[in-house]
Write a protein that binds this ligand. Structure first.
Ligand code: FES
Length: 577
């Protein structure tokens, strides 16, 4: 195994030379009260902390960073905490997805421009995992991912509450007049009871599971609840391990390989992953130079049973139960014959070695392959004249009667238009209608918002309907459910075929054949295409201006084109003068 010499540390370029610049670097560290022996010839570890008071999922990170630093010191390293863009899911408008790439850029440049030998990435709330990982892949120094961990189960009046999923469910009951104000307030107070990320298998739990399966976390770290004492111990372990990784020169390119990305995709399918996994996993893989396509994911989804009985795709349990049932290591053990166990991980061991001894303690939560929640995986990829570059649906999370459906489209051009109409009880809509929202994609949203679970029209809610076919070029929250076709590509805002659909056109979803089509003659579509006019750009300045010029479509991961691994020359290390 490689063992770096202190003179070969990246940070030595800042701290070792006997020149004026390095004098400045050393004197400024001493300004913090450190002596030279505290930081000279030691791995300097950046602890990238996405804490913010508006990122309620990361409210424990102020304490947890101390656990990481404790571990780094114990192992003979020197930790420096660095704030990173927090990208909270709850408050960021128009959508946190607009800023995932900003976090990725910030992460890459913060690492590249500072005297860091390795990093611990502290994230968890949806976009923070892909954003941090994408940036760190491009920066190329050893990294450990520290997942925030899920919050405790929600609880109100003896009922278990799941993040997001139960908010949608009880909101519909409130719209139907079945829930009192007092009950609604009780649910509001009980649905988020502790620090940590959403405790359904939403985007946060999906993405941290993906990081775990890729070998970027300590084994099983993604399942530990945020407030469990084991989470603190895991934090210190991350600190100790990253110091060893620096000496071993264990860089991300050795870990994020084709095998690691495929393992992550298989695990995502088996967990009942968020549809957002598709976009982020493709983006992370492309940063590492791994080609992972929508069709690859569909093929893996067809042969991977969903075995995590965790809501919203599963029926009964939440992430806290998943942890007690053995967590992600136990789930991976169940499907180990479908994984590449030779994949290297941050432990310096293979995935197979990391899974040794993993046990399922509750086989109703983590099901055996002989008794899956759903025979196929979580996601299906559709093609057709509405989505030539793909669209996704979560078959396990919708009423099976919609797996084949034909109905007339009811088209909305914007979210405000849809919102105003949907509660109008005179809206002409039947349960067979197909609700369509367009101009909600990466550029149209802007930023690819989570609007894809369109509300059921109030008139239908009152008749007892709780699901109908919905189509958009938006995403939806990983905690959402229903017959929602998402990520239609190319998006309507750039002239994708969804822009040509009219209210009353018949739409057909044929899940078995993975098709989504509008039953409109090609000659008519050609006339509509000729008449289509490009909308005005959303932004004329600032970050949005950069975003709209460079963001790729959903099937390519929505990264900026100039940040992908195959774009241009790698700048390499910064010059130091
Ligand atoms: Fe942070 Fe759901 S809002 S993970």
């Amino acid at each position: 195994m490689t063992h770096k010499a202190p003179k070969d540390l990246r940070s030595a370029r800042w701290f070792a030379p006997d020149d004026l610049r390095s004098f400045g670097h050393r004197s400024r560290m001493m300004q913090l009260g450190y002596s030279e022996e505290d930081f000279r010839d030691k791995p300097v570890i950046g602890v990238l902390n996405t804490w913010s008071e508006l990122n309620t999922c990361h409210s424990h990170f102020k304490e947890r960073v101390q656990d990481v630093k404790r571990g780094v010191f114990q192992a003979g390293g020197f930790p420096v905490e660095m704030p990173s863009l927090s990208v909270d899911e709850s408050f960021t408008k128009p959508t946190s997805m607009l800023y995932r790439n900003m976090l990725a850029m910030e992460t890459e440049e913060m690492i590249r421009s500072h005297p860091l030998d390795g990093v611990v990435l502290m994230g968890g709330c949806d976009k923070t995992t892909p954003g941090l990982v994408m940036g760190a892949i491009s920066a190329g120094v050893p990294m450990v991912y520290l997942p925030a961990g899920p919050m405790l189960r929600g609880n109100y009046a003896g009922k278990i509450l799941g993040s997001g999923s139960d908010a949608w469910k009880y909101w519909d009951e409130r719209r139907a007049g079945n829930i009192s104000d007092d009950e609604w307030l009780g649910i509001q107070g009980g649905i988020a009871r502790s620090a940590g990320t959403c405790m359904t298998m939403g985007t946060a739990s999906t993405m941290t599971a993906i990081a775990d399966a890729m070998g970027l976390t300590l084994p099983g770290a993604s399942s530990i609840p945020a407030v469990d004492a084991g989470h603190q111990r895991m934090g210190a372990d991350c600190g100790r391990r990253i110091v060893e990784m620096v000496w071993e020169d264990l860089t991300p390119d050795r870990i994020i390989t084709d095998a690691a990305c495929r393992n992550a995709a298989v695990v995502a399918m088996a967990t009942g992953c968020s549809t957002n996994a598709v976009v982020h996993l493709i983006a992370m893989a492309r940063r590492a130079g791994v080609e992972l396509s929508l069709d690859d994911l569909d093929a893996l989804g067809r042969v991977t049973p969903l075995i995590a009985n965790v809501r919203p795709s599963g029926r009964d349990y939440l992430m806290e139960d998943f942890f007690y049932a053995g967590g992600l290591r136990a789930l991976m053990k169940q499907i180990e014959d479908r994984l590449d166990l030779t994949a290297l991980t941050i432990t310096g061991k293979t995935l197979g070695e990391n899974l040794e001894g993993a046990v399922v303690y509750n086989d109703d939560v983590i099901r055996p392959l002989s008794n899956p929640v759903y025979e196929e995986g979580s996601l299906a990829v559709l093609r057709g004249n509405l989505c030539p570059d793909g669209a996704v649906i979560k078959p396990a999370a919708c009423d099976p009667k919609f797996h084949f459906h034909e109905g007339p489209a009811l088209v909305f051009d914007s979210y405000p238009e849809m919102k105003a109409a949907i509660d109008d009880e005179t809206l002409e809509v039947t349960p067979d209608h197909v609700l369509v929202l367009r101009n909600a994609g990466p550029q149209g949203g802007p930023g690819f918002p989570e609007w894809g679970m369109l509300p059921i029209p109030k008139a239908l809610i009152k008749q007892g309907h709780r699901d109908m076919l919905r189509i958009s070029d938006a995403r939806m929250s990983g905690t959402s459910y229903g017959a929602c076709v998402l990520h239609v590509a190319p998006e309507s805002y750039v002239g994708g075929p969804l822009a040509l659909l009219k209210t009353g056109d018949i739409v057909r979803l044929d899940l078995a054949n993975r098709r989504l089509d509008m039953l409109v003659e090609e000659v008519e579509l050609e006339a509509r295409r000729a008449a289509w006019q490009a909308p005005v750009p959303r932004f004329e300045r600032g970050y949005g201006y950069l975003f709209q010029r460079h963001v790729t479509q959903a099937d390519k991961g929505c990264d900026f084109d100039f940040l992908q691994s195959d774009f241009g020359r790698t700048a390499g290390e910064p010059d130091i003068y």
